[in-house]
Design a protein around this ligand. Structure first.
Ligand code: AMP
Length: 124
């Protein structure tokens, strides 16, 4: 595996509290905060606290408790912002961009949670 984690990426700085974030939820292994450039009324990023570059790095390297915590945090945010369709919410979209073709800007694994308006087609 050849994953080089950049310790000065912006989310690493947020995790070290070197720069602020608008926190939505925090657990032992994960942090959720509002995207600084929201593309929808709800646009929240969920990141693991560990140094993982992208989804495949995370899944191949993280401990099960980190992976479970990360997924639970995504679910908790979805419930918190009341977009879960099982409970009357109007729905949401999860996105994770990876690498060059995925046009990943920040090289610390994150999932975008988008909701609060009709989100249109999957890709434009
Ligand atoms: P991606 O293209 O998937 O890597 O997305 C990175 C996201 O991080 C973008 O949606 C940015 O708006 C967001 N972002 C960059 N810097 C910050 C920051 N300091 N606080 C919150 N979100 C940020």
């Amino acid at each position: 595996m050849d994953y080089k984690y950049d310790v000065v990426n912006i989310f690493a700085k947020i995790l070290r509290a070197e720069i602020p974030c608008s926190k939505v939820l925090e657990t032992e292994f994960s942090l959720a905060f509002n995207d600084i450039n929201p593309r929808a009324p709800h646009h929240i990023l969920v990141i693991p606290k560990g140094p993982y570059v992208n989804f495949d790095h995370f899944i191949l390297s993280a401990r099960n408790e980190e992976i479970l915590d990360f997924n639970s945090t995504i679910s908790s945010v979805i419930i918190k912002i009341k977009v879960d369709p099982c409970n009357g919410g109007k729905g949401y979209r999860l996105i994770t961009n990876s690498g060059l073709d995925g046009v990943q800007e920040v090289p610390h694994f994150h999932v975008h949670i988008l909701g609060g308006r009709p989100l249109g087609g999957m890709l434009s």
